[in-house]
Write a new protein. Sequence first.
Length: 153
Amino acid sequence: MQSRLLHQVEGERTYALIFETGDEVLSLLKQFAQEHDLSAARFTAIGAFSEVTLGYFDWDRKDYQRHHVAEQVEVASLVGDVALGPDGKPAVHIHVVLGRRDSSALAGHLLEATVRPTLELVLEESPAHLRKRHDPESGLALIRLDATAGGRA
């Protein structure tokens, strides 16, 4: 993965991250977030994957149902955010819509993805911090604005 700072003003930064064939998206994005001390950011991307694992949150089980796709797919839409997790480290949350060869679509929470040939991601960091807290009802770590620096209830 290659990255470049595109713009910086008053605590806001915009980066371009270009993933290449064979790159694993989540691990590299988490590493980037830690190295750049990201605590509140949003991103979008387009590109393609050679294989991917999607998740669908099963409310009754309080866990993700995994769906592995071992074929070339187009990334029609990828959106996500970075917030501080309950452990104080950057947590990445991504949803994706994928197009298959026959133009059918798959969508879900991105759990794993291998890039082929590229993924072009633009990340915008905010100067405000977002915090995730454990939600006992869902069992997930969710962003809570009442726990966010500068947030308003």
